[in-house]
Each structure stands twice: as C-alpha cells, then as structure tokens.
Design a protein around this ligand. Structure first.
Ligand code: ZN
Length: 243
C-alpha cells in the first residue's frame, strides 16, 4: 500500500530555492552592480563559487568589476550570459572609475577623461565608484568628482564597503543635484558579501536602456562590517606569499 506521504515532495530541491524564481513585483531585476573575483589581486573567490552564490542569492544581474581587468568577467559571461555584466573598476591617475558593458579592458593609470573616452569608444557606460569615501585611498574625493560630473553616466550611490554611511548619502545628494542616476553594489571581495547591496531596476537590454532603467532603480543594501576589509587585505598577503 502506498503511504500518502510518498506522494509528497520529500526534497527541498523541488522547491524554488532562488528568489529569481519567485514573481518579483513589477518584474524588477535584483542587481548587484559592483563585485570582485579572484581575477582581482585582493580577492580569492573563484568564478565557479561566485556564480553558484549569485544564483543562490537570487541576483538576476551581477556586474563583475575586477580591478583593471575584464578576464574574470568574460569567463563568467560565458558561463551565464544573461546574468553577468562585464565591467571593470578602473584605476586612473585621480582615483577609480567603474564601467559596464565592456568588450576590451581599459588600461589603468590613464587620466580619468581618457579612461572615460576609452569606455565610450567601445559602447560602454562609466561612472565613479565610491566617489566620496573618505576612508578609501582609491576614492576620487569631492574636487575630482565635481570636475567629472558632466562627463560620467552615473555615480555609485551606495557601496556596502563604505565605512561611513554619510559618505554614501553625500553622493546621493550630489547625484540628485546634477540629475545623474546612481548605482549600488556590495563591492564584494568575499562570497559572504555578494548581494549585500544593489538595486532593483526595470529590465534592460542595452547600455542605453540600462541607464534609462537606472533612473527608476531602488537601492537596497546594508553597510558591511569592518572585518570584510581584513578579508581583502589577507587575500593580498596570501597572493604575495605565492598562494
Ligand atoms: Zn571594488
């Protein structure tokens, strides 16, 4: 005799495990727009583990923005073309920029105007990452950010690795005053941080429609605890030791 229990699903794997399988209100995409993989020298996360966790956390779109390279992003794009946006965090002579929809890497240490032109030449979009983060050497700071406001497509309005919430809030005010859209992201350098911040935004299918959707994006996220910075410092040390 068949027990009625045998007719019930016994495994959780039959249940939707990812938020992306659940109907999201207004079909908004859940996006983390600033992440790193082991292709950054201060991160040890393999592309395989990265993708596994992005899927599990229901991130519909993830911008992979390694420091000065797109190699990891291109590899991930091959593994999951729809979910991955090929990006780069670009070191310039005045601090860091962040770009999306790249096909070629942007060389580091160009003046920001030249890096911006190089992104545009290949059809990408470009903004400033953690623009006003006072605790970060790589941040541009107010004078340089203000000088570039007319040239960039967006500002990063929420970065989960900003130690001071006020530094994110200041960016939002600046973006509003200059009618620029804002992005948000975890700036994850560890699996634990993936999806800690991002935006919910209407679907997009091109760099132009991405910028358009960004104008109605809602930011979500939490500032990460201070210890996450120790994770990337440790990664750098392990790399130096030849791990
Ligand atoms: Zn970053």
């Amino acid at each position: 005799m068949i027990s009625p229990y045998s007719l019930l699903p016994t495994s959780y794997s039959l249940l939707p495990t990812s938020y992306s399988l659940l109907p999201t209100s207004y079909s908004l995409l859940h996006c983390d727009l600033h992440t790193h993989t082991s292709y950054s020298r201060d991160c040890l996360v393999s592309p395989e583990r990265f993708l596994e966790v992005c899927r599990r956390r229901g991130l519909d779109r993830v911008a992979v923005t390694d420091h000065n390279t797109i190699a990891g992003a291109l590899r991930l794009k091959e593994m999951d073309p729809e979910r991955i946006i090929v990006g780069q965090e670009i070191r310039t002579t005045r601090g860091e920029l962040i770009a999306y929809f790249l096909t070629e890497p942007i060389p580091p240490d160009l003046p920001p105007q030249e890096a911006i032109a190089a992104v545009r030449a290949q059809g990408g979009v470009v903004g400033i990452s953690h623009p006003l983060d006072r605790a970060r050497r790589e941040a541009m700071g107010r004078a340089d950010v203000e000088a570039l406001l007319a040239e960039v497509d967006f500002l990063e309005g929420f970065n989960a690795r900003c130690l001071s919430p006020a530094d994110n809030v200041a960016v939002l005010a600046l973006a509003r005053a200059h009618n620029l859209p804002v992005t948000a992201g975890s700036d994850a350098h560890s699996l634990w941080e993936l999806g800690r911040a991002g935006v919910r935004m209407p679907p997009f299918d091109s760099p132009a429609s991405f910028l358009e959707s960004l104008r109605s994006a809602q930011i979500w996220g939490k500032i990460s605890p201070v210890w996450v910075h120790a994770v990337s410092t440790l990664a750098k040390i392990l790399r130096r030791l030849g791990r």
